[in-house]
Design a protein around this ligand. Structure first.
Ligand SMILES: [Cu+2]
Length: 118
């Protein structure tokens, strides 16, 4: 599996990997390679996801389930309330913009899925 790369932001990929304790608006633009998986996780604040290119498949639930996801195409948006377990995956490359507000963080439902521990 390739790596998700951050295209534009002031910090490293904190969208799905790290945290930011400051209270401020955050924007991350991320490029996901084909066949990428983001295991189920949640954030402490609202996450607004806008797809810029490609198809980004997202779903809500405690476990990544490709059958329970929705394909989001360029221009589509998904808004997730705080503490909502969600997951995503790609088949082809996709570029996505995340907007959130700090304090920001990511908690994986299954701690073993946490890429920061790998
Ligand atoms: Cu998320």
């Amino acid at each position: 599996m390739g790596r998700c790369s951050l295209i534009a932001a002031r910090s490293k990929d904190r969208g799905h990997r790290g945290s930011d304790q400051r209270s401020r608006p955050l924007t991350f633009r991320l490029k996901f390679p084909a066949n990428y998986r983001i295991p189920a996780h949640w954030h402490p604040a609202v996450e607004r996801v806008t797809v810029l290119s490609g198809t980004f498949n997202m779903g809500v639930g405690d476990k990544l389930d490709m059958k329970k996801s929705m394909p989001l195409r360029p221009g589509s948006m998904m808004i997730l309330q705080p503490n909502t377990n969600h997951f995503a995956w790609t088949k082809g490359e996709a570029v996505v913009q995340l907007n959130g507000t700090g304090p920001w963080g990511v908690t994986y439902v299954n701690p073993a899925d946490d890429p920061r521990k790998k």
